[in-house]
Design a protein around this ligand. Structure first.
Ligand code: NAP
Length: 301
């Protein structure tokens, strides 16, 4: 069996077209423009490129967007004051603080300071708790993107054996929680594996849907996958560099997922590639959450 490729790039483009229509309608009918601020502290190159991509996506949708860059030396108190300023700014519906933050700043304190109504990353404990009880307004972006990939690729989750490799707060735990909910696009039987799991392959081989967020290449090999499984590879590993095809003289990272793609695609019924799988969905879901927040502020949801 050669797997169908689930293109996150195509599905993300489709969702962005839908978001653009909804945004235009909100602006035209309610006079409300979704507003997103991305706060970047320091100049970490990966963070700069993530924030740039988020700003570009917001602008393409016609959002009001602010890129607020602060020096790495900013104090925790000043950063908290900045978050508070945007909490009170009615033109801003979503606040994203790009992680990681410099070591002298307590990340948890800063994330907890964001108004839960503007927490479009879905990391505030109020939103984590709401997700747990099935009442989330904002699903965290990467797990929300994974659920959309499953729904829009026609993958049946109800009653499916889902195995998640990884239990991080940003991917593993929330995607397990989302797929467990008594809702459409969920209703799965979910197992989570981690470094203390005994015989991980025994679990992964039972999976109808295998979601891998372990953080290293080849964490899942073909012998660990059931024939016909749907495999979602969340991993992004920089394994080298190659010359850019777009900008002569520039080097770009060679990316690999957490799954042995070439071997696993011969066994799975469907699989996401890296790049072009989960990655494009994450930013798209950030835009969806920002639009939701704006619609909520306009009294529409
Ligand atoms: P993380 O915080 O490092 O968590 C990795 C998880 O995998 C941990 O729970 C760890 O278990 C588990 N694990 C590690 N080695 C294992 C092994 N040998 N067997 C079983 N479990 C193992 O990583 P993360 O933030 O969830 O990210 C995971 C991957 O997804 C990374 O490659 C990251 O770059 C990528 N990612 C991509 C996106 C995107 O938008 N595409 C977004 C977020 C993350 P313990 O808890 O026991 O240590």
């Amino acid at each position: 069996m050669t797997a169908k490729i689930i293109s996150g790039k195509e599905i993300a483009e489709q969702i962005r077209r839908e978001l653009k229509q909804k945004t235009d309608k909100l602006v035209a009918e309610e006079g409300v423009t979704p507003g997103l601020v991305t706060i970047l502290v320091g100049e970490n190159p990966a963070s700069v490129s993530y924030v740039t991509a988020k700003q570009r996506a917001a602008k393409e949708l016609g959002f009001y967007s602010i890129q607020d860059t602060q020096p790495a030396s900013i104090s925790e108190d000043d950063l908290l004051a900045l978050v508070d300023k945007y909490n009170k700014d009615a033109a801003i519906h979503g606040i994203l603080v790009q992680l990681p933050l410099p070591k002298h700043i307590n990340e948890t304190q800063v994330l907890y300071a964001i108004d839960p109504d503007k927490d479009v990353d879905g990391f505030h404990p109020v939103n984590v708790g709401k997700l747990m009880i099935g009442e989330a307004r904002y699903l965290p972006c990467t797990p929300a993107g994974i659920q959309q990939l499953l729904i829009r690729s026609g993958t049946e989750t109800s009653g499916a054996e889902v195995v998640v490799v990884g239990r991080s707060n940003i991917v593993g735990k929330p995607i397990a929680n989302i797929l467990l909910q008594k809702k459409d696009g969920a209703n799965a039987t979910v197992t989570i594996c981690h470094t203390r799991t005994k015989d991980m392959a025994a679990h992964t081989r039972r999976a109808d849907i295998l979601i891998v967020a372990a953080g290293f290449p080849n964490a899942v090999t073909a012998d660990m996958v059931k024939e016909g499984a749907v495999v979602i590879d969340v991993g992004v590993n920089r394994v080298g560099e190659k010359p850019s095809t777009k900008t002569p003289g520039k080097m770009v990272a060679i990316l690999k997922g957490d799954v042995d793609f070439d071997a696993v695609k011969e066994k799975a019924s469907a699989i996401t590639p890296v790049p072009g799988g989960v990655g494009p969905m994450t930013i798209t879901m950030l835009m969806e959450n920002t639009l939701k927040s704006a619609r909520h502020a306009a009294g529409l949801e």
